[in-house]
Design a protein around this ligand. Structure first.
Ligand code: PMT
Length: 408
């Protein structure tokens, strides 16, 4: 989505009382620059950090900070503001604000607007790292997510308090802008079922040992989030990862390649799109020991067999059916990346393949960002330099949308 995607969109930027409130000024500036119509609401404590006048100057609009403002409330200002907004952005969102929003309290303009809101809400939390880690805050975040709220950040780094380092810094203004764009993005996958696999599989040798790989699931989860944002019905089939379920996707957790094949076969039947971002283990133990295997003197051997290739198996099965989903695969390579990806694209009968060079340590497995080349059946190659996985996810889905249109 380009900067034009925000042109004319109404954003209610809600600011709560944190030292990071000054960064909300930059968020307001970037939103205005991108063409959004920005109104600002501030909590009582926010105005102690930044003056409403600053936001008024940046947005050219009156700022609300008083629930009992006789003029604004003549027209139930807090409800009207929530109604008029295409998106409410709370940046920074303090621990107190998150707790109060979860409880549905409404004793200031920001909380009242949040309670009245019927559209999307994006929280950008900022607080001390111990507060962020507290079970109460984490539970509030979980509940708000379950109710459909989105989150950007917090990020790791130095806190305002000297010597404190950890997770709790407000996301950078550019990241908040990207999250706003994502929340207001096109709904061009509405009515489409998109099945996505993510993460590694684990192939157990015995109950406590397994073969696997470093996939964190971040790439597949980013695609699932992007597809949800674009209106798709999303089924996310994930191997063992430590990520929170995207709120609008149906998530099926699996462990082994065999389980992933079975669930993918079931879910992909009748789906419009299958994206295989999972790093499926290629080998498993020929025999899985029922009990923990004891150490023995001398050399130890384990006999491995190949796991079934999910894409190859399904491609063969779909030859006998009238329709098959659009298939996007990923290739994790350490050498001759494009050449090998091309070979997989044709052998596994995919429509697109996303070739990753996983020998880099700033992209691929486990990182927040990825760099890739999207290859298609017509010989086209779109190179994407290092970007957030979410950005790559949208670029892949842009291509999927074009393929769906071609098929129609
Ligand atoms: O999870 P992250 O930490 O975010 O990392 C992302 C990633 C690097 C894992 C991801 O972007 C990626 O590259 N995933 C595919 C990794 C992989 O298994 O590549 P491959 O070249 O071995 O397989 C090619 C394709 O066949 C893949 O779409 C894979 O899902 C599929 N496959 C592989 C093996 C198998 N038994 N069955 C399959 O269907």
């Amino acid at each position: 989505m380009t900067a034009d995607g925000l042109k004319g969109r109404a954003i209610l930027l809600c600011v709560s009382g944190s030292i990071a409130a000054y960064k909300a000024c930059e968020v307001a500036r970037l939103l205005v620059k991108a063409g959004a119509r920005v109104r600002v609401a501030m909590t009582r404590s926010a105005v102690r950090f930044v003056s409403p006048l600053t936001f008024q100057a940046l947005t050219g609009a009156a700022v609300s900070s008083d629930l009992f403002h006789s003029q604004q409330e003549l027209t139930a200002g807090h409800i009207a503001q929530a109604d008029a907004a295409d998106l409410i952005v709370v940046a920074p969102a303090t621990a107190h604000l998150l707790g109060a929003a979860r409880l549905g309290l409404a004793d200031d303009v920001v909380l009242a607007a949040l309670l009245a809101a019927r559209g999307p809400v994006l929280f950008a939390p900022a607080m001390n790292e111990r507060m962020w880690a507290h079970a109460a805050v984490q539970e509030n975040v979980r509940v708000l997510r379950e109710r459909g709220a989105r989150f950007v950040g917090p990020n790791a780094g130095e806190m305002a308090e000297a010597g404190h380092v950890g997770m709790g810094r407000l996301a950078e203004p550019e990241e908040i802008l990207a999250a706003v764009r994502a929340a207001l993005g096109p709904r061009d996958l509405t009515g489409k079922k998109v099945v996505i696999t993510a993460g590694p599989t684990r192939e157990h040798l015995d109950p406590v040992r397994f073969l696997s790989n470093p996939s964190s699931g971040k790439m597949g989860f980013a695609i699932a989030e992007a597809a949800c944002d674009r209106g798709a019905e999303v089924v996310l089939i994930s191997g063992p990862v430590a990520l929170t379920d995207p709120p609008h996707a149906r998530v099926v957790r699996v462990v082994t390649a065999e389980e992933m094949l079975a669930v993918t076969r079931r879910e992909a039947a009748g789906a419009h799109v299958l994206v295989m971002a999972a790093a499926v283990a290629d080998q498993r133990a020929e025999k899985r020991a029922t009990h923990k295997v004891s150490k023995k003197p001398g050399a130890e051997t384990v006999s491995l067999v190949r796991t079934e290739d999910i894409l190859l198996t399904l491609a063969a099965e779909w030859e006998r059916t009238p329709s098959r989903p659009i298939v996007v695969g990923f290739a994790a390579e350490t050498e001759r990346v494009i050449e090998r990806a091309k070979e997989k694209l044709s052998r596994k009968r995919m429509d697109l393949i996303v070739a990753n060079d996983v020998s880099r340590n700033d992209a691929g497995f486990g990182t927040e960002e990825n760099a890739a080349t999207i290859l298609d059946q017509g010989g086209g190659a779109e190179e994407i330099s290092r970007v957030k996985k979410r950005v790559l996810a949208d670029r892949v889905l842009d291509r999927v949308v074009l393929l769906i249109a071609k098929r129609a």
